[in-house]
Structure formats: structure tokens, C-alpha cells
Design a protein around this ligand. Sequence first.
Ligand SMILES: [Zn+2]
Length: 171
Amino acid sequence: MTKCNVKTGDVVVVITGKDAGKQGKVLAVNTKSNRIAVEGVNMISKHQKARKAQEKSQIVKKEGTIDVSNVMIVCPTCGKPTRVKHAVVDGKSVRVCKCGATLEAAKAEKKAVKKAAAKSAEAKAEKAKAAPAEKTEAAEKKTKVVKSVKATTTSAKSTKTTTARKAQRGV
Ligand SMILES: [Zn+2]
């Protein structure tokens, strides 16, 4: 079994078939059947039946799969379609263009972007955590104020009753 050199997210150019010459991002790779889905390539009309009450039956245009041998990877560095060489860099097997540039560079950037997004999400979550804590403190203060108000009203009542009793006694 030959190993599939194309990965999701790669930009490939179609070299044969009705979509020959088209370029697009790889959306999905099936390593078992060696077929891939490429953005805007081999568009098919899927007659999609509604499965739930709120869904509509409709004809959906989507990418059909093509054989992986019908495409060549476009190098993100030199912009040319290339066959894939393999090399080991820093103990990792990487795919290399005929120009010598690694084809994994784009993926590393993606990871960095993902990491940054995750970090910002974490920061947001921390902020969200901090905000409700402040709110609860404020709420506690409010309840305390309410309690003290109640206490004053009760004390006022008690003073009234004592004065009333005093009046009954004729003091
Ligand atoms: Zn290249």
C-alpha cells in the first residue's frame, strides 16, 4: 500500500479529469480509498432528504471525491505543483518540495493560530470567572444592607410596643 502524501488543508492542483487545472484546498482525505475532497472540485448535487420536521428537503451542491493520484500538491513556498519527497527534520518525517522547502510550514502556522485562539479563549474564560466573583460580592453587600434595614424596622416596632405597654400601664 502506498502512503497518501496529501493531507487536509494542503493546496493541490488537479492534473486530470473534468476539473483539470483547478486549484483548491483539500477538505477531506480518505486514506483507505485514497480519495480526497477538494474545495470547488468535482461538485456534485446531493438530493438531501429532510430527516427532521424543521429540515427541508433540498439539493445540496457539495464536493465529490476524486482520486488522490489526480492531484499534485502546490508548494506554499514556490507556488509550483510538485511531487513529494520525504526527509527527516528534527527527528520528524516531513514532506519536502522539489525546491527544497518543507510542505508542512503552512500546518505549523495553523497550529500557531490555533494555539493563539485557544489562549485568547482561556483569557476570556478567566475574565468571565473573575467578573461573576465581583458580582457575587456586590450581591452579598446588598443582602447585608437589606438585613440591616430589616433589623432597624424590627427594633422600631419593638420600641413602639414598649411605649404602647408603658401607656397602658399609665406611666
Ligand atoms: Zn516549492
